[in-house]
Design a protein around this ligand. Structure first.
Ligand code: ZN
Length: 111
């Protein structure tokens, strides 16, 4: 496999989830094409927020202190953004992060 093949592989688009639900335990249940179902704890997903106030732009340095995230944080609303991401409105008032399909797959423990 040549270098170009690898670059194209890395940039391959991620198919959108077939369904995203919030479980009774306030976790995100994501059903991926092919039938893989992942359950991601809300606190972990909140910790992964990629927005500019949680992650420094340019350097990628994390600014969010996980200790400031309430243990019982949960999504109050989930909105689609185009066909590439969702915006999660969290119970702690934070909502600026866009979670791309790729980020959700990584959070799901899938590639
Ligand atoms: Zn954020």
């Amino acid at each position: 496999m040549g270098l170009l093949d690898r670059i194209q592989f890395a940039a391959a688009p991620v198919e959108p989830p077939e369904a995203i639900d919030v479980t009774e335990r306030q976790e995100l249940a994501i059903l991926w094409p092919g039938g893989q179902r992942a359950v991601v704890p809300s606190k972990r997903l909140r910790d992964l927020c990629p927005c500019a106030s949680c992650v420094e732009e340019g350097t990628g340095r994390k600014l969010l202190d996980p200790a400031t995230i309430p243990d019982d944080v949960r999504p109050t609303s989930i909105q689609p953004v185009g066909n590439y991401a969702i915006q999660i409105f969290w119970s702690d008032g934070h909502s600026t992060g866009l979670y791309t399909w790729r980020a959700l797959r990584e959070a799901s423990g899938l590639r």
